[in-house]
Design a protein around this ligand. Structure first.
Ligand code: FE2
Length: 552
């Protein structure tokens, strides 16, 4: 059961605001996807009004879907492209160089693709040097792709790492200004994309600035492939992929809204078998995303090592082991799983035995408590959104117990189209946690906003954010109204998140501003506001030339 917008307002003590905002019975079909999807349709409508803007002509040519790279290791990186052809199969050559002019070639090869993999191409280039920026290019069908830029992971001692953390890019809701901003930075080691990279809805069902293709909810393999292809023809998304390796996990909308192991809120019996739909969604994901293929279908959870400074633990809290959403009565059932026993055991092992300093969890749904005091019951707190870890209380308790024994754990989260910074404590709302010092905290969570997907704008969003912080002293920052992303900078001394937020996602918007920065000192699991943003280093490797045109 997805949470309803009106229910959220009521639970936050804003029933009166709900009435003022015009929340009638007709909002019952508006799912509050993991918190904020579908929230405030009237407010969304205010930014979605007017005719659909069809934009400039789409890109053409064999490499119209761009290039990408991902999952960097210290000696290899995955390169991706797609080739558009009328032939039954196509040969694609690739070349890797150390310079953007592609003169100092260090690796090259050739591969073949066909309809069985939707004419996508993936090459795992090996034998590379660590902590090195490379440039690459594909050729085929008598033409060449743009030059892309990527970077391998370091080994051994590492002074600094910098990641862009992004999620939730609904094509229909607007323009991918955030991807363009990230593409213009030369100082990023990788983009961590925490899911909702695509949305499954048909035109007009979720956003109305641009129009989804194919023109209906995507269910079959062919549908999912077409949707990825549409997103990849967007010049802003292409630009982000062109300049940085992506490390991705999926959220629910890469299958269907509020999905879990055995179903989804937005999956009906007349759409066929859930197992078949999951398999179709997974196949298209593996074909189109720059992620390493595993032996095990549906497994995307994995670890990436960045020398002795960072281990990235990329999780699947949606499809792999997640039980159906709980009720207030069942949310503490010790049998309920979010990761599933095998993924959880793997995560605990990595946390306890990993050798890197910072253990960074890249995952989907909000980890920390987000609760309200129950009406007429002082001191009794109840969670507001059971789609997140709040609905899987026993699983979260087990993880908090592990965090307590491991230094320097940071949880990165997407999914809810808003920015949050919080300490993670097993004992919120009690004297066991001190919001001033962080005593009683065991880790920190940074939640990234959406590229485009809607939050709660205006005074209602501001009021909700204030109440969320008043009711939850471990939550230090909430911004529900603005789209954007943050840059996570890590050194041996501290982690820092610089939040960059946008004025909007319409065609004539997209200006970004630094909003706030939070710092976590080594060995102290407590986030506190700090100055920012961190400066760009002067020696960042040159960006790849010829960025794709904007789709404006
Ligand atoms: Fe989302």
């Amino acid at each position: 059961m997805a949470m309803k917008r009106r229910d959220l307002l009521k639970k936050m003590g804003l029933a009166g605001v709900a009435v003022a905002a015009g929340c009638g019975d007709d909002d019952d079909t508006m799912a509050l996807d993991a918190g904020m999807d579908g929230a405030m349709p009237e407010l969304d409508a205010a930014t979605d009004m007017g005719p659909i803007d069809m934009g400039p002509p789409e890109p053409t040519g064999p490499f119209r879907h761009g290039i990408a790279s991902g999952d960097p290791l210290s000696d290899s990186v995955l390169l991706w492209t797609h080739i558009t052809t009328d032939a039954a199969s196509a040969d694609v050559d690739w070349v890797v160089a150390t310079d953007p002019a592609m003169s100092d070639v260090v690796a090259m090869g050739s591969t073949t693709t066909d309809a069985n993999r939707d004419f996508t191409v993936k090459v795992d280039v090996t034998g590379l040097d660590p902590a090195t920026t490379y440039y690459y290019r594909f050729s085929g069908e008598g033409t060449m792709s743009r030059v892309g830029r990527t970077r391998t992971a370091p080994t051994g001692g590492v002074d600094r790492l910098r990641f862009a953390v992004m999620s939730c890019s609904s094509f229909d809701h607007g323009y991918f200004h955030a991807y363009r901003h990230v593409s213009e930075r030369a100082d990023i080691d990788a983009v961590l994309h925490l899911g909702d990279y695509i949305y499954e809805y048909g035109p007009g069902e979720y956003g109305g600035v641009r129009e989804a293709d194919p023109p209906g909810e995507i269910v079959t393999l062919e549908d999912y492939r077409r949707r990825y292809a549409q997103y990849r023809r967007d010049g802003d998304l292409q630009a982000a992929h062109q300049q940085h390796p992506f490390i991705v996990v999926w959220d629910d909308h890469e299958t269907a809204n509020n999905s879990y192991r055995d179903g989804a809120e937005n999956h009906d019996a007349d759409e066929g078998s859930w197992e078949e739909r999951k398999a179709a969604a997974f196949q298209a994901y593996i074909e189109w995303m720059p992620i390493r293929e595993t032996e095990t279908p549906l497994q995307i959870w994995r670890s990436l090592q960045y020398g002795d400074l960072v281990e990235l633990l990329m999780l699947d809290t949606r499809i792999w082991g997640r039980d159906e959403e709980a009720t207030q009565e069942t949310r503490t059932d010790p049998e309920r799983e979010l990761l599933g026993a095998d993924q959880e055991a793997w995560l605990v092992d990595r946390l306890e035995n990993g050798t890197a300093q910072w253990k960074i969890l890249g995952q989907q749904v909000m980890f920390g408590h987000f609760e309200n005091e129950a009406d007429g019951m002082p001191g009794v707190y109840r969670p507001i959104n059971l789609d997140q870890w709040d609905g899987y209380a026993a699983a979260r308790s087990r993880m908090l117990d592990v965090f307590e024994t491991v230094d320097d754990v940071i949880v990165l989260t997407g999914d809810i189209h808003s920015s949050w910074v919080m300490d993670l404590t097993p004992v919120p709302h009690t004297d066991g946690y001190d919001p001033a010092t962080g005593d009683g905290s065991v880790a920190v969570e940074f939640v990234t906003s959406a590229v485009t997907s809607p939050g709660i704008v205006g005074p209602i969003g501001d009021t909700l954010a204030t109440i969320a912080m008043e009711q939850n002293s471990h939550i230090h920052y909430v911004n529900l109204g603005q789209r954007g992303y943050f840059i996570l900078d890590l050194t041996a001394d501290r982690a820092q998140a610089d939040y960059f937020l946008l004025d909007g996602v319409q065609v004539d918007e997209g200006a970004q501003e630094w909003a706030v920065s939070y710092e976590v000192p080594t060995g102290v699991p407590h986030a506190s506001a700090t100055s920012g943003p961190l400066p760009m280093p002067g020696d960042a490797p040159e960006l790849a030339p010829d960025p794709p045109p904007r789709p404006l």
